[in-house]
Design a protein around this ligand. Structure first.
Ligand code: PLP
Length: 420
């Protein structure tokens, strides 16, 4: 009987649906998962791992929060997909707009990729221009232009992207307005939009420097272009008002995804009323989708918002756990004389195997010891801790993690690093 990895390699391209899962980036064998519960993932032998991947973002409440997984039969009785506008998606849009007033009008889609792809099309239609300025190391999904100099596990894998698409993309350095100005020089009149992760989470955790987002908005305005926030990771991870709630900068368009479905696929894009008016049937720009706003996923999105509204303490709980984890890692590094900066913002923790202050951009993030991370990742797995097999990913805490989980993780890190 072949093992699962061999069987996967035989019938799934690269053995997986998303390359990061294959472990290639850290040179690790693929982790084949059998089940999940709370903060834990289980392999096929039934071994338990403390899970910091959390589905690469959606699982703010861990894997199986009772409020999300009960009563699904009753929901299913109404049908999964209707193909019609319905009152619960209207109510969901109203709830989202109440937290994100910049999203005056929106449309529901299925994935973050679709949300960003659609937002970019809307910006192009509204401005009548085609150039997009993006940042190296940000990840916006796997549509053509998004993959140019992307973070996460995309890297340089840009096969299949037409040359013409490349010509429309300007790539600047995150947190570096001078690099933005350089790229915009001579291109302003053709610029449709600047797209950005308002808190970077696909080159490790990279926070926007003071004035960076404000500078982007000023430059977008000067060029007559739009500013698009990719909040696919950050909305609900950083509170009900997302990353835009933490800055005075109001984006023209926003993309949402991941946590909003509580693990089910639902995403959204939206923004200024006048901008969204380019969409058919009012305008001449088309987006659509069989599963957009399907009632099952919409119901789950309401449950996610219900949970967060009922439990405002969840955010401080996760922040406390993440501080404990980050503080513990700092202590371990200090004891071992390792000059690594640990960054933590609310429920996200990250560090790189590189000396010096926290990474500010993708150049910094790439200038880390990948082999050391691979060894660390393998050592943690051996000790029952599941980390993303890529240094571009971050550690994600959830409401299901406990202080005991964090302490067990710190023990694993202490022993794992000692053994290297
Ligand atoms: C910031 C950001 N935008 C967009 C996406 C794409 O979302 P999806 O994988 O749902 O297509 C991701 C996925 O990791 C992301 O992190």
């Amino acid at each position: 009987m072949q093992g699962s990895i061999e069987r996967a390699l035989a019938v799934l391209a690269g053995g997986c649906d998303s390359p990061v899962r294959s472990g290639w980036s850290a040179g690790l064998p693929m982790f084949v998962q059998a089940s999940a519960a709370g903060a834990y993932a289980y392999d096929e032998s039934g071994r338990r791992y403390i899970d910091y991947i959390m589905g690469y973002g959606p699982l703010l409440f861990g894997h199986t929060h009772p409020e999300l997984i009960t009563g699904l039969d009753a929901l299913a009785k109404h049908g999964f997909v209707w193909g019609s506008t319905h009152s619960e998606e209207i109510r969901l849009a109203e709830r989202i707009a109440a937290y994100l007033p910049s999203m005056e009008r929106m449309r529901f889609v299925t994935t973050g990729t679709e949300a960003m792809m659609s937002a970019v099309r809307v910006a192009r239609a509204f401005t009548g221009r085609s150039r997009i300025l993006k940042f190296a190391g940000n990840y916006h999904g796997h549509f053509d232009l998004a993959l140019i100099d992307a973070g996460a596990s995309a890297g340089t894998r840009t096969g299949g992207i037409p040359q013409g698409v490349r010509g429309d993309v300007l790539v600047a350095r995150y947190n570096d307005l001078a690099s933005v100005d350089e790229r915009l020089d001579g291109n302003e009149s053709e610029l449709a939009a600047i797209i950005v992760e308002p808190i970077g989470a696909n080159m490790g955790l990279v926070q926007p420097a003071g004035g960076f987002l404000e500078g982007l908005l000023r430059r977008a305005r000067r060029a007559g272009a739009l500013l698009i926030f990719d909040e696919v990771i950050t909305w609900l991870r950083f509170g009900l008002r997302g990353a835009q709630g933490r800055t005075s900068v109001v984006p023209d368009l926003t993309a949402l995804g991941k946590i909003m479905g509580g693990g089910l696929p639902i995403a959204a894009f939206g923004g200024r009323r006048d901008v969204m008016a380019v969409l058919a049937p009012e305008g001449t720009t088309f987006t659509g989708g069989t599963h957009g706003g399907n009632p099952f996923c919409v119901a789950m999105a309401h449950r996610v918002l219900d949970l967060l509204e009922a439990h405002p303490e969840y955010y401080s709980y996760m922040d406390g756990l993440a501080r404990r984890l980050a503080g513990g890692l700092r202590e371990i590094f200090a004891q071992r004389g390792l000059p690594y900066a640990v960054v933590q913002r609310e429920s996200v923790v990250d560090f790189k195997f590189r000396a010096g202050p926290a990474a500010q951009n993708y150049d910094d993030a790439c200038n880390a010891d990948r082999a050391a991370y691979a060894r660390y990742c393998a050592a943690m797995l051996e000790r029952g801790v599941l980390l993303a097999p890529s240094q571009n990913e971050v550690m994600l805490l959830s409401t299901a993690h406990t202080a005991q989980d964090v302490d067990a993780t710190l023990d694993a890190a202490r022993n794992g690093l000692r053994a290297q």
